[in-house]
Write a protein that binds this ligand. Sequence first.
Ligand SMILES: [Mn+2]
Length: 319
Amino acid sequence: MLDNSIIQELDTHLKNCKKVLITGHRFPDTDSVGSCLALAHHLHAQGKIVQVWIPGEQINDFHYLPSNDFLTSTIEPDYFYDLCIVCDCSALDRVNKHLFIKNARHPFTLVNIDHHPDNCAFGDINCATKVSSVGELLFYIFTQLQWEITKDIAICLYAAISFDTGRFAYSNVEAHTFKAAMTLMEKGVDTYSLCQAMDENKTAVDFELIKVAIDNLVVVEEKNYAYTVIPKDAPRGKVKVIDFIRQLKDCDCFIVFQELQNKLVKVNLRSKHIVNVSELSHRFDGGGHERAAGILFKSDLDSAKKELFAALDELDHEA
Ligand SMILES: [Mn+2]
């Protein structure tokens, strides 16, 4: 999985640091935040000062993760950390407000822990490999270094893995993913309650949003894709629309265009077997995995749609 020398190097730096900043990507998800928190619990137990910084985002959405007050949306400018860990990011600019890290004047070691195939090794220490989730990767790091996996850490890692594998359903699941999940469950994770808190928690507004998504669903049968559009005045649900759309049968590629504001469109991409959505997203400075990726278009909805469909057509012709 990971080179042992890298894991040992990570261990040395974690042992020697005093003050740590941990962060993940913008539009945070449970893999990113769960991984950050698992590391925070470990480092705190080792006597380190730790903050998990998720700037400007809804950190309350992750209430089901034991956070021990590590989680913060703002960081003091004089929080001089000597170690910074970035989880679940292929590049540093995936972090919201990454300039706080990039332009920091004090010396620190930058650690990159990620599972994206396009990771650009931006850290001083790079723990990046292809595995279901950063949660699963951390499970191996914890195991190999014999770091104690407490119940709180197990909850964070299990939630991270469950999220990134669509509750152990996606193509990124391997036999070792289940083994990791089993070991974590044995540490006392109440997987049923956790699953309910993570997924079976939709509000009426979420369902109104799903209604908009279904109303706007377009199936382009001859091109093997389906998409929907969420305009900016749609109900502000938190539900992941793409997870519903992707359940449509006989389609390979799924797209959700979500208008965040004027000339800012977030696009979620999923595919089942054929389209490499990581490659597709790279054409627009996006990123992700072969079967799940995202793009942020700084243009209006119509242009975003046009550009993306043109690129999909091109891929189709290249194939
Ligand atoms: Mn991830």
